[in-house]
Design a protein around this ligand. Structure first.
Ligand code: HQG
Length: 180
């Protein structure tokens, strides 16, 4: 059983394509687990029927906390790109947040700041290690950018919780983005 593929498919469905899976998604990003399961099982692409314990196993072995289950529902905690805006809980993050990215994006980031690009929010990390992992997806030697959260809060920028290591915001203007 390919649990990595199942994990990717669940994230894809919840973050990017709930309509392809005929999922009703609420404003916090939750869908009924039963809906998700029946839709995934319709494809018959896995060697067995996918059940709740398979999803729980995917969550358990995952390197990142991407999913959350509350009662009968499941959601992706971050990463959404769907047109419907997913509301996240606003909160006060640690005083410094990091963003790992590719060197080639720096000129544009210096000019325009950090933008959500294809997602709904800019994703920030609480520690350099996490930011490095994020940046390595796009560059073997990523750059780590640092955001002074106090200054950002003074500018009226709001931060939202993704998970313990991932924070979200709408954008960070260039003057608040520093090289680490
Ligand atoms: C860059 C993964 C040019 C930004 C990760 C990033 C994360 C700009 C890319 C989560 C820019 C967007 C999100 C600007 C930002 N000009 N480039 N003005 N502003 N960028 O994937 O933060 O494994 O949408 O630096 O671990 O890389 O999927 O965002 O390089 O937590 O669970 O545009 O996705 O998690 O890329 O990653 P992304 P991200 P999962």
């Amino acid at each position: 059983m390919d649990y990595i593929n199942l994990s990717k498919e669940i994230s894809y469905a919840l973050r990017h394509a709930p309509w392809k899976y005929e999922l009703e998604i609420d404003e916090a990003g939750f869908v009924q687990i039963s809906q998700l399961l029946s839709s995934i099982n319709e494809e018959e692409k896995y060697p067995k029927e996918i059940e709740l314990p398979d999803i729980l196993y995917v969550m358990k072995i995952s390197d990142k906390k991407r999913l959350e289950i509350v009662g009968e529902k499941i959601r992706a905690l971050y990463g959404h790109s769907i047109p419907m805006h997913i509301k996240k809980e606003e909160s006060i993050p640690p005083v410094i947040l990091y963003h790992g990215t590719a060197k080639r994006f720096l000129p544009s980031i210096k000019e325009k700041g950090l933008l959500p690009m294809n997602r709904q929010y800019v994703h920030l990390s609480t520690d350099i290690e996490t930011a490095t992992t994020v940046g390595k997806r796009r560059d073997k030697e990523p750059v780590i950018l640092k955001i002074d959260v106090k200054s950002a809060l003074k500018e009226g920028i709001k931060f939202y919780i993704g998970n313990e290591k991932v924070w979200l915001c709408d954008r960070i203007p260039p003057e608040l983005v520093k090289l680490n």
